[in-house]
Ligand binder design. Structure first.
Ligand SMILES: [Zn+2]
Ligand SMILES: [Zn+2]
Length: 77
């Protein structure tokens, strides 16, 4: 049976996520989020929405981007 890439759980209803050509297997969305969601550079929370990006740097919201010095960024509304 497939095994979750994050927690190693052996589970028959796993699903795979493909990103940038490589795929990973998970048993739950929580495990997929743990493995794939980017982390805000300012507050360290996991980014589950769009987030805001400044070049290679990513933040959960415009507020965090502002606190890190990227004043031109705004939230996607
Ligand atoms: Zn898992
Ligand atoms: Zn943040």
């Amino acid at each position: 049976m497939p095994v979750c890439d994050t927690c190693g759980n052996d589970y028959e209803k796993t699903f795979t996520v493909t990103r940038n050509g490589s795929s990973a297997t998970f048993d739950s969305f929580e495990c997929a989020v743990t493995a794939l969601a980017p982390i805000c550079e300012h507050c360290s929370c996991r980014i589950l929405g769009h987030g805001v990006q400044a070049g290679e740097r990513i933040f959960c919201c415009a507020h965090c981007a502002h606190m890190a010095g990227f004043r031109e960024l705004v939230d996607h509304i």
